[in-house]
Each structure stands twice: as C-alpha cells, then as structure tokens.
Design a protein around this ligand. Structure first.
Ligand SMILES: NC(=O)c1ccc[n+]([C@@H]2O[C@H](COP(=O)([O-])OP(=O)(O)OC[C@H]3O[C@@H](n4cnc5c(N)ncnc54)[C@H](OP(=O)(O)O)[C@@H]3O)[C@@H](O)[C@H]2O)c1
Length: 218
C-alpha cells in the first residue's frame, strides 16, 4: 500500500505522512522544495507532469490532495479580493487538485491491477459547503466549494474504474493556516482523517465528511 500526500512538509499533510509511516505504510511525501521529499508544486503543471513521469510504473493506492492556501483573511468586500488572489487560490486549491489526480490516474489503476483498492482523498473544507455560507473569505470558500464539486464529479466518473473518492473537512486545526486558537490539534485531526480515508470504499464514494466521521451537507 503506497500513499502519496501533497503538501506534506508541514501542518496536516506532515501529520498524515508521519501517522501513516508509523502505521507501516509506504508514504510518498511531496513538497514544493524540501530536501529528502518528492518535489511537487501543485500550482505548476510542469511540476505535476514531472512527478507523474518519475512515478511511472509505481502503484499508488491512496492519493491525498492536501496542499492548500488561504490568503484572503483580511480582504475587504468593498475594495479587496483582487483578481490575482483568485488566480493564485484556484491554481493551488482547484486546478492543482485536478491535474494531480489526472497525472496519477495510471498509478491508481496500477494499484487496482495489483489488488489494492485505490482511493483519492480531497482535503476541502466546511467553508466550501453551501450550507455554511456565513460570509467572508470569498476566494477561499469558492475554491474549496470547487474542490468539493471536483471530488463529487470525479467520484461519478471513477466509480466504474474501481477508484473511490472522498472529500474531507479536517476540522479547524492548529496549523499555520488554522492558527493557535483552533479547536482541533493536528494529532486529533490526522488520526480521524486517516481513519476516514482508510475506511473509504466504493460504497461511499463521493462522501463529504469531517475528520471525526460526521457527514457534512454539500
Ligand atoms: N487548518 C485548518 O483549520 C483547515 C481547515 C479546513 C481545511 N483545511 C485544509 O487542509 C489542508 C492543509 O492545511 P494546513 O492547515 O495543514 O495548512 P498549512 O499548515 O498552511 O500547510 C499547507 C501545506 O500546503 C502546501 N502548499 C501550499 N501551496 C502549495 C503548492 N503550490 N504546491 C505544493 N504544496 C503547497 C504548503 O507547502 P509550503 O510549506 O511549501 O507552503 C504546506 O505543506 C489545506 O487544503 C487546507 O485548506 C485546513
């Protein structure tokens, strides 16, 4: 069983990589630029293609699209949220997810051929749910809503290929992104997320769940 995680040099991604390694899994931890880690910048299509080439012929049973950014915390509705910020978020949080999935489809199919049920976990956010539209953070919310939508549609298309897709909210987690006031520790979040992802099967493909197993509204 080989698990590939994007953005695994810090925060939730690092926690997931450490946890799965301790549990005995073969982990491919990727990062933009970190010695000893597989190089992947999800905002750079060439970087994604290069990763796909380096991993040619290697089965990947679980792909975790975790890398993400949140840069619009302090933007003002009247004159903030510039176009460049939209572009930046969508490159990482949406296009980056899609192109990574696309590049690694051959590796997921190889896992299936080797008898390992392949799966894709997309780390979105509750803030991307239409049901928790409490205003603000327009760009981040829209990008996470798009990531959720991507996951739902990938689930439809990949079901017949035997690849399950789950979309997850990690909780409000104490990372650089979540800040020190967050409600959930990295250890709690990654323990829960790993359980949800390990248990994901085709029977619940397209699910949107929180780290603690709670089903979330789309
Ligand atoms: N923390 C929360 O409360 C919370 C809540 C809901 C959802 N989430 C989601 O959970 C995921 C992980 O968040 P986190 O809290 O662990 O955030 P974090 O501590 O800020 O870590 C973000 C990770 O994403 C990587 N990343 C950013 N841009 C990248 C790019 N272009 N290519 C590759 N990697 C890139 C970062 O790498 P660098 O070190 O190179 O920047 C870092 O490893 C994100 O998708 C986030 O939206 C978090």
């Amino acid at each position: 069983m080989t698990i590939l995680i994007t953005g695994a040099n810090r925060g939730i991604g690092k926690g997931l990589a450490d946890g799965w390694r301790q549990a005995g899994a073969d982990v491919i931890a990727t990062a933009r630029s970190e010695p000893g880690m597989e190089s992947l910048d999800v905002a750079e299509p060439d970087s994604i293609l290069a990763l796909g080439k380096r991993l040619d012929g290697r089965p990947v049973s679980t792909l975790v699209c975790n890398a993400g950014i949140l840069l619009d915390r302090h933007e003002q509705l009247d004159n903030g949220y510039p176009a460049e910020l939209w572009e930046k978020h969508f490159q990482v949080n949406v296009t980056g997810v899609f192109l990574t999935v696309q590049a690694l489809l051959p590796n997921l199919r190889l896992a299936l051929a080797n008898g390992n049920a392949p799966k894709i976990a997309i780390i979105s956010s509750k803030l991307g749910s239409q049901a928790s539209a409490s205003g603000g953070r327009y760009i981040y919310r829209a990008s996470k809503a798009a990531a959720l939508n991507l996951g739902r549609n990938l689930a439809m298309d990949l079901r017949e290929h035997g690849i399950a897709v789950g979309i997850y909210h990690p909780g409000w987690v104490a990372t650089d992104m979540g800040g020190s006031q967050a409600e959930v520790s990295v250890a709690q979040s990654v323990d829960g997320l790993r359980r949800q992802i390990d248990d994901l099967t085709l029977a619940e493909t397209g699910c949107f769940k929180a780290w603690n197993g709670e089903d979330l509204p789309f």
